[in-house]
Every structure is written in C-alpha cells, then in structure tokens.
Design a protein. Sequence first.
Length: 740
Amino acid sequence: WPIPALDGRGADYSLTITDTDGQLLRVYLNHAQQWILPPETTPAVPLKLIAALTTFEDRQFFRHWGYSLPALVRAVGQNLSQGRIVSGGSTLTMQAARLTAPQARTLWAKAGELLTALKLELVASKTDILKLYLSQAPFGGNIRGLAAAGWKYFGKPAADLTWAESALLAVLPNAPGLITLDKTPGPLTAKRNHLLQLLVDNGLLPAADLATALDEPLPDGTRAFPQLAPHAADRLRQAGAANLVRTTLSLPLQSKVDALAAYHNHVLREAGIRNLAVVVAETATGKVRAYLGSQDFGGDTGQVDGVQAPRSTGSLLKPFLYALAIDRGLLTPDALLRDLPTNFGAYAPKNASQEYAGLVPLKEALIRSLNVPAVLTLESYGVADFWEFLHKAGLTHLVRSAKDYGLPLILGGAEASVWEIAGLYRTLGQNGRRSDLTLREDQPSRPGPALFSPGAAGQIQDILREVRRPGVQTWWHQLAGYTPLAWKTGTSFGQKDAWAAGVSPEWTVVVWAGNFTGEGNPGLTSVGGAAPLLFDVFNALPRHDGWFEHAASETEDLQLCADTGYQAGPDCPTTLTARVPVGTQVLLCPYHQTIYTTADGQWRVDSESWGREGGLKKAVLIYPPEVLQHLRQSGRVLPPVPPWKPGSSGQTAGLALLYPPEGAKLVLPIDLDGHRQALTLRAAQALAQEKVFWYLDGRYLGVTQGQHSQTVSGLSPGQHQLLLLDGRGNRLERRFETAD
C-alpha cells in the first residue's frame, strides 16, 4: 500500500482550460466520463468547508493519527448486528486513502486503508490530507472533487461557497445518491440543515446567520461549465493537452472581443455575411490574449475554427513584398512604380477601382492597395524568392510550387489562416524578426530568424499608419481616442474573404469576415466587413499612445532623385536626402538620361552622330511610351523630348506594343449570338502627335493618333502577325495565337 501522491499525479482528471489568471474557460469530461478538476484549481480548502466537513464526517480529524479506535469498534458492532457492512468507521484520512486506490470492501482492504492512513499522517499535513480527499470525493452522479462540485451545483469556485452550500457539499460524499434533487430533495435538505445546526452548536457558525443559511434553496440541478474561447480550448485538446492548461488568454479581453463580434455579426448577417474570426496578440511577447474562431460556437457552422481555416489572403501580403523590395534596393518609399493596365501573357491584373495613375510612389501604391504596382514589384523581386519568404514567415498552406502560384500570389493566390496572418503582422511589429505566437503560458514564444531589416520594417510601419480609414474612421486622427496603428485590409477574388490586420507596439489584431461555406457575397468588402471590427477591438484594448522606436543605426542617408524616388544618378537635376536601410544598394534612377540633339535642339541623335556632327547634350526625364501616353490622356503635360532624327539607331524607342504579349495564346470565346468575341490590340507612342499604322496578317487595319488601340472582330483561330509602323519609320512586329 504505497502512499498516495499528494499532488494527485496519475489520476484521471478532466482537461481544464483557464485564462492567464486562472479563470475557468472550458472543462472536458475525463476518460471515465466524469467531471473531476485537477487539484490546482482549488489551491486552498475554504475554511467554511473544513468546518462543515470535519463536523459531519470526522470531528476528531485534527487530533487523531489517521484512525479512530472508537469509530472502528462501533462500526464492527453495527456490522455484526446487521449481518452486513453498514459502517466502515473510516476517518477522513482513511477515506482519502481509499479514494486514491479503490478496492472491494473487505477486512484486508480495510487494513490496507488503515496502514496507508498512518503513512499519510506521518508525511502530510492535515490540510494536504483534506485537499487530497476533496480532490477525489464523489459528489453525486458523475461529479467528483470539490472544484467540480462547486461549479456544477453553484456555478462558482469553491472559495466563494456560502455556509449553506458548504454544508450541502459536506454531506454529499457520505450519501452521494441523495443528489437526485428532483426525486429526494427532502432527505438532502434535512441532512444539510442538521449539519448547519451542529455548526451553530459547536460555535463555528454564528447563530445570527443560521436562519439565512436555512432559507437558501437547494440547487435545482447541475449547471454547465463555462464555455469561453471554445475554439482555442478545442485546439489545445486536439494538440494533446492534459489536466490543467493555463492559457495566455485574458478573460476580460476575450469577453470584450466576443461581445464586439456578436454585435458586428448581427449587422453583417443582414447582408448575408455569417462568420467572423479574430485573434488578438501582444506584439512584444506573442501571447494570444483573445481567440475567436467563430462568433457562434453552437450554430450550424460555429464549430469551424475560423482562426485555423486557410483562406485567400487578398492584399494582405503586399506590405511584406514591398519591405523585401526595399531591402534589396529595388525600391524606396518614394520610388515611382508603373500603374497601368498590364498583361503578363493571359494574366491581366487590374486595380480594384479600375483607375490607374500611370506612375505612383510606392507609399501611395501601398496606402491605396493598388494591384498593378504590386504585381510588377513581384515580377522584379521574383515569385520563387517571395514564396520562400512566406514559408519562412510561417505560412504553412502553400501546397503548390512558386511557379504554379505565379504572379497572382501577391493578390490572394495563396491561402493562410488568421493565426498565420497574425504571426506575419507581428513580425512587422517586431521589426522584421519572426517568432511564433503562443497560446500557453508554459510555452513562451521562441525567437526566430530575421526576415527583413528593421529599417525596411520601420518604413512600412510608417506607411501603413497612413492607410485611409473607412467611413467615419477617415477622421481617425481627429478622434480623442486616436491610437497609432499600422493596418491593412484585403478582399479575396470573388469577395469570399474580407480581412483587416493591424499592429502597434503593444497589440497585433487580425479580423476575418466571410462565410465558412465558401460562397462569395457582393456586399463583402474588407472596408465594410472586417475593418470596423478591427477598430472597435483596438479601441477596447488597454490604451497606448507610443509608436515604434527605431535606432538611427538601422538606416543611413542616401541622395535620391527628387523626381523619381530612386538613387540619384549623374543625370538627375534635383536630389533630396532620404533614409534607407543600412547597406542597401538602391537602383539608380531609370528615367533620367543624357541625350544628344542637333545644334538647334529639334532632333535627337545617337552619340556617334553627335560626336561627328556636334550639337547639344542635356539631361532629360524620359518615361516609357505607355506611361507617357497615359499621362497625356490624364491631362498631365511633361516637358517634350525631341524626336529621333530619321535614320538614327535609337529611333524605335518611342514605339511600344502593349497587348498582346509576344507568343501569347489568347482564347476568344463565342458569344450567345454565335459570333466570336472581338480582340482589342493596344500600343503606345512617346510622341503625342505621332500616328501609328496597324497591319494584321498583311491586312491594313487603320491609323491611330493620341490613343492607340484597334479592335478586331471575326478573328479565326490560329497564328497571327501584327505589324505597327509610325510616321518616322519605327517598326514593331509581334506574333500571337488565338484559340476557341
């Protein structure tokens, strides 16, 4: 008969989930389908219960050595007179011994209990023995242990029990079958009231309190345990958690998030948007303080954990691509990016607004979440390199190769969970260094690799702080409770997912809205579906007023071209000083060039002709033909660049064919009227007044000036050759194929 483990090791306890302060969140049945909480949930036995239990079960408990000889003698006499076992004569210490190692009720087992009780008295305090007993005692039905009984009968921890509640729990282990309250409430009430009178008689309960205690009704049945953050609890259970798990969750914050999600869900349901998921984590520690897998755990799809479900990322990955491009020197926050309708073979990304700026600074492209500049940046940076970054950043749902994802990767072609996006944005808040989020207090976040530089992180943080707020949040900066926040929204293709992610020095919050069933909804947008809840959650968090701090050593001064935002080259007339990440080799300005002209400045010539014939040499700003054409159409007038002198070797530079791409295979469907859809061909010319002549398969299509496009109908499947000529002799050819 070994001494029972005083800490309850080896017992079959219910998995018990608490918040960071020990507040109960969720309890699961043990393997025997019983409710029995780990002893740690009741760190101290309440004094009221000690008084009630020892008065009813073992009045000599604090004076004996584990057994009571008079009680044993009395029990033997009663059993002999009745011809059966009607009394065991056990002390609380002996009962504790029996509960930890149940055996058939025989004389041999009784002797073992007595020996174990003696051992317990030698090595344990009376308080520890009481705790051991109360952690295992039966309290009716499938309820075992004081902690479980307090919650199941009264909905409270044992420390908050009244005298009447303590007396009831003291008599239950003696006859737990009496807890059939709907059938035998009378005997149970009589036992409780008798014990309350004994407590008064023994001076343990003030007589003035007796009437109040007697008037307390018995519980009208058992209660359910709390079911808070159920998806987080289920996640821990599925991961193999056992006994007691103290999570990082904060019950007050969890309750606020639950309430806010319920309100927003009520509003969104009017538009057919049924589901929400939210994660709130501390930016510094990675501790998750609120976890909402669904706003309705008991609903039709409520048990789906939206925090873990992979969803299309929409535009959420753009800030990280730009940070990587800044580190590589491809861009600066002020660098101009092309923003024009662009084709990459059959792929033609478009801005959500269907509007284009021609050229736009990186910071403006990110603030407005423009799609075309992001795709062009990914093409320059490399899909494979960005795919590798996402893997390192913790996105585990990239099940295809980088080639299979292609350029749509940056616009929602990849999938990620709310948990992974929260970790990614926390990386931004950690100045580019990744570390895992954590849901358990005993598993702290481990530092991981640096994925991009603190200098790039700081520049992206500042840009995202300026993102336009939806609706009334446009005036966010003017509100009294303004909290600095770097945030980004995203909506997936088909409007199936709406995202909003925000990070501050203290908090990282990610919100997803949509339908778990996967259907799209024309009313689902990140601005209206996810962002308002993001702001409400941030406003509900403890106040913070600071912003990210960065050491001066993280960046260094660099002279940039004032016109284009790239590193100033020898041809850039005006420069400005800006900060870039330390060690970054920024691209030289690609738009300023030194050109050679004839002596009168009328014609542009190549360097060989200029060296032979003489003329002028000057620095000018030269944009690609397609950019110039768009800027002209937008009403923006740039200083003219002299045209190439006929016969010069560089004269074709002013003509560009925009669509179709070289070698493209285009599908032209047949409409309902039986006719094949038309194909629109597009080109650009650097000179505003220059004409372009179009030929397709040797057939003259027409001439254009200013805006250069041609629509061709009735094009048969097969190979085609397009030829463009302008008035200065420039010539461009392109081959493409059409199919049904």
